[in-house]
Design a protein around this ligand. Sequence first.
Ligand code: PLP
Length: 463
Amino acid sequence: MADFYADFHGWLQQHAGRQYDLHAEHVNAAFVKMLKTIGFDKGYTRAQGPYLWDKDGNKYLDLLTGWGVFALGRNHPKVRNVMEQVIAKDLPNLVRMDCSLLSGLAAETLTRHASHGLASVFFTNSGTETVEGALKFARCFTKRQKIVYCDHAFHGLTTGSLSINGADFFKERFGEFVPGAVKIPFNDIAALEQALAGKDVAAFIVEPVQGKTCDVVTAEFMREAQRLCKASGALFICDEVQCGLGRTGKWFCFQYFEGIEPDILCVAKALSGGYVPVGAVVTRPEIMKSVFNSMERCVVHSNTFGQNDLAMAAALASLHVIEDEKLVENAAIQGEYVMRRLKEIGQKCPFVSDVRGKGLMFGIDFARPAGGFLLQQKWDALHAMNFGVFGQTIIIPLLQQHRILTQVAGYHTEVIKFLPPMTVTREDMDWFITAMEDVLQATTRTGSTLKTMVKLGMGAVRA
Ligand code: PLP
């Protein structure tokens, strides 16, 4: 028996292969069933950069990146090196009645890349906590209640964030939500104008690239949103939890639009370097001061684990790596290439209705073909089974035949989203394009979908 302390990995090895049973029993049985049904129970054992390896040594290209957490690739050696140095030093972590140098430096570095008006930072432990903080700050600053948000938006799953979630699927069966949430269609200036007309809205929140659909805001919408918010006294919040920190080819996606500066910027995911959860509400100093407006209220919004040394070291190291390795530039170059190629091959597939996104956050949208009786029948048959099954007929062969990991982006959409690490090379993107071309061609071949359905059926029996 390997000793737990002296040989932890040896100890872990003794339990190898038990993960699905353990999860079925103690964590989430439905999730295990889903994995087994679609054959995604690969039991990955190693990861490096954009790659994963399963227990048999097969190499996979990871275009899911833990929902965007591994933007720097997995187990980045420079980030790990910094983390190891921090652990080895016995630092006075989370004293609470003191200020840490690490979090001060992380805030300084992060704000340097935002824009000069956004100079104040509140550190959090997740994306949804960041959004919750942003909503509270907006309400506190404006002394108003209402929050305007977009259809199909995803801002997290805790109660406040869920109140402004644009997909009913996530809300069903969870009771009542925070009052004052107003939904408008994405990119709809007239609807926003109407929602803000009463001058009683605390904030308008938008993802510049929507996580669930990969829809991108238009320049006109961003410009008008900022103008309308200013005119009505509402704050303008950009939720860049997923699209921020270089992924779209700019440090922050709002920087694509000249003259745009949100009042509050939400950041998380990539900031962790894939090591320790961390997020940040980045805002103007007067907004932060409206919350912490006296010594008595100096911790009126706080969290126990925020600013912990390991999270701050991960954030600081990640920011340095993004800068040093020119990952923002690489995301722009690889993103431009892969979107162009994907559009080319998408045009040849009658089920593809759109290819969209920005930089290394892009998606492919499927719809019922405009013509072709057999193709339409195929689409209808799959949709009669379940919405989203068509997407499964894409992601399953992508994994099983081409060893590319991805996921259907949302519920009640047929979008498959890709979030490659910002470290990907042209070769990685060609691996993806070759695979995608093959899978898209197969959608029009008789028998190919049937094969996937048989696999699904066998998976369901196994599960
Ligand atoms: N906001 C956006 C834009 C997101 O994409 C997500 C998660 O995907 C969140 C907020 C919530 O982040 P978390 O899952 O870390 O709570």
